[in-house]
Structure formats: C-alpha cells, structure tokens
Design a protein around this ligand. Structure first.
Ligand SMILES: [Zn+2]
Length: 299
C-alpha cells in the first residue's frame, strides 16, 4: 500500500491507497503555516490511518501544484509562503514517515491516476488536461510520465490561442487559460450579457439554447482545440483525457474543440478522441500512489 498526498492552494488531501483503491482519506485546509508544521500533522494522520487499517505501507506519493525539477518545487502560485523552493527530501523529512517519497506536479499525477485506474486504462500515450480555475496538463508517453527539463511538459495553459485575446494572469494576451478556464468563461459571458454568473450556470443556460452562453463555451472550446493540436503535433497521444470541474461541460466544449483541432493539427495525428476523466477529484491521489509504487519498481 501507499500513502498519497495532494497539496493544493486551498486544501491538502491525503489517503491510504491499495492498488489504486482509496482505502481511507481525509483533508485539511492549506493553512498559512509553515509547510513543516502542516506536513508533520498530515504524516501523523496517515500513520493513524495505516494503524487502523493494519496496513503495511511502502512509499509515499506527493502531488504538488507546481513544476518540480532538480528535486525542487520550482513554482506554486497558489501556495502560501514557505513551500516553493523546498527540496523533495525536505518534504520527506517534514512528513517524518521514514518512507521513500516520490513527488510530481498535480496535472501529471492526475494523468497518471487516469492512466492507471481511470479513462486511460489500456492506453499507452495520453494527454491529461485539467479544466478548472486554471488549465493544467500532463503527458504520459509510451507508458512513461513525461517530466521535461523544467518539470512542466504538457503545461499548455499559457499557450497563445488568440493573439488579440484577453489579458492573462501571466501578463500576456490570449493564453488558453485566459479564454477557457472557468473564471475566463465567466468574464466572457459577463462581457456579452452584463450578467456575472458562475460557469456551471452558464453551462445550464447554454444547454437551454441561450446564444451568449453557447458562444462563451464555443470560444473556450476553440482555444482548447488549439492547445490539443499543439500536443497532438508534438507528442502524438492516443487520446486526450479531460478532468477538472469544467470537464462536466465537455458536451458544450467538444464541438468547437474538435473543429479547431482539425483546423490546427495535421491529419496524420487525428482523430484524437477527447474523453471525460473518470476519477474526479481523487485522480491526483490515485496517480501519486501509482507514481510511488512505480518509483519502487513495483509497477
Ligand atoms: Zn498566460
């Protein structure tokens, strides 16, 4: 069995995992306290979980919301102070579990979860894209997670989809994230109608046939098609797996996405099916456990 920990900007989820099945799990808020304090508390909770289950745990998988390279967490824009710049072995010491620790970026862990136990079962190469308050991505190619020189392979959120599009949080214009993330769809809809409502409600209105809502989702779908085309050309995956809260609206995104994909990608790399993720929120936990098991050479 493995311990899995998914650190996010608002919560830290943790679980005891047995062959991709979550046996026990819990979560705490990501506090503005030093990571050492928080991870030590999580480590104690995990030990209690294992004791209660009578489980023998071999390794820990840690999912972090930013790229990791040179054994260091390089960025984490949503994390409180103290996390970025820490080394993986420092996180292991903070957890104080005395177990080997394997850490990676959350979108890659999510992709590994789907690969091992979700919509990607049976595939060898897939692109996992998370659609939520941001856009993240991770690649598994020929059965191997692709890390990249800076730990950010597959992060297509800041690829420019519209040269004159809206300004992005990164300071540039027309990034996929500035068009297709939840808050971006909300901004687009508000601009069209003057109504500030959530992405889910906009989706309901689109399904009811409202033109402005359909247009907002169409625009997001087109931008996502550009992102998927880039990945199709560079990595040639067998499928795209879409996760995150907005993946529930894949029905609305899909038509424009596929059209834009056909427009931007070479026919030899198509068709590229876009599949909904199956694991939901726990995908990074399941992926982290799988990554740890793999790290031990057991998968
Ligand atoms: Zn950007």
């Amino acid at each position: 069995m493995e311990f899995a920990i998914d650190v996010g900007g608002t919560k830290i989820a943790y679980a005891l995992v047995d062959h991709s099945r979550i046996m026990a799990s819990d979560r705490v808020e990501t506090a503005d306290a030093p990571p050492a304090e928080q991870l030590r508390a999580v480590g104690r909770q995990l030990q209690a979980m294992a004791r209660e289950a009578g489980a023998k745990v071999a390794a820990v998988g840690l999912s972090l919301p930013g790229p990791i390279a040179h054994d260091t967490l390089l960025q984490g824009p949503n994390l409180p102070k103290g996390w970025v710049g820490q080394r993986i072995q420092d996180f292991a010491a903070m957890l104080d579990l005395g177990l080997p620790l394997f850490a990676q970026r959350d979108a890659l862990m999510g992709g590994l979860g789907e690969y091992a136990a979700g919509a990607g079962r049976g595939l060898q190469s897939l692109f996992y894209i998370t659609l939520g308050t941001g856009i993240g991505g991770g690649l598994i190619l020929d059965g191997e997670p692709l890390l990249g020189a800076d730990g950010a392979a597959g992060e297509v959120g800041h690829f420019q989809a519209e040269p004159r599009g809206p300004v992005c949080g990164c300071g540039r214009r027309g990034c996929v994230e500035a068009i297709a993330a939840g808050p971006s769809i909300e901004r687009d809809y508000a601009k069209r109608t003057g109504h500030a409502i959530g992405a889910k409600e906009i989706a309901d209105r689109a399904r009811a046939g409202e033109q402005a809502a359909l247009a907002a989702y169409r625009r997001a779908g087109r931008a996502l098609g550009v992102a998927c085309a880039v990945v199709a050309q560079a990595a040639n995956p067998q499928a795209v797996i879409a996760g995150g809260s907005l993946a529930e609206s894949l029905d609305l995104l899909q038509p424009a996405l596929l059209q834009s994909l056909r427009q931007h990608a070479w026919a030899a790399n198509l068709p590229l099916p876009i599949l909904p993720a199956q694991l939901g929120g726990p995908a990074p936990l399941i992926g982290a456990a799988y990554f740890a098991r793999r790290g031990l050479g057991e998968d």
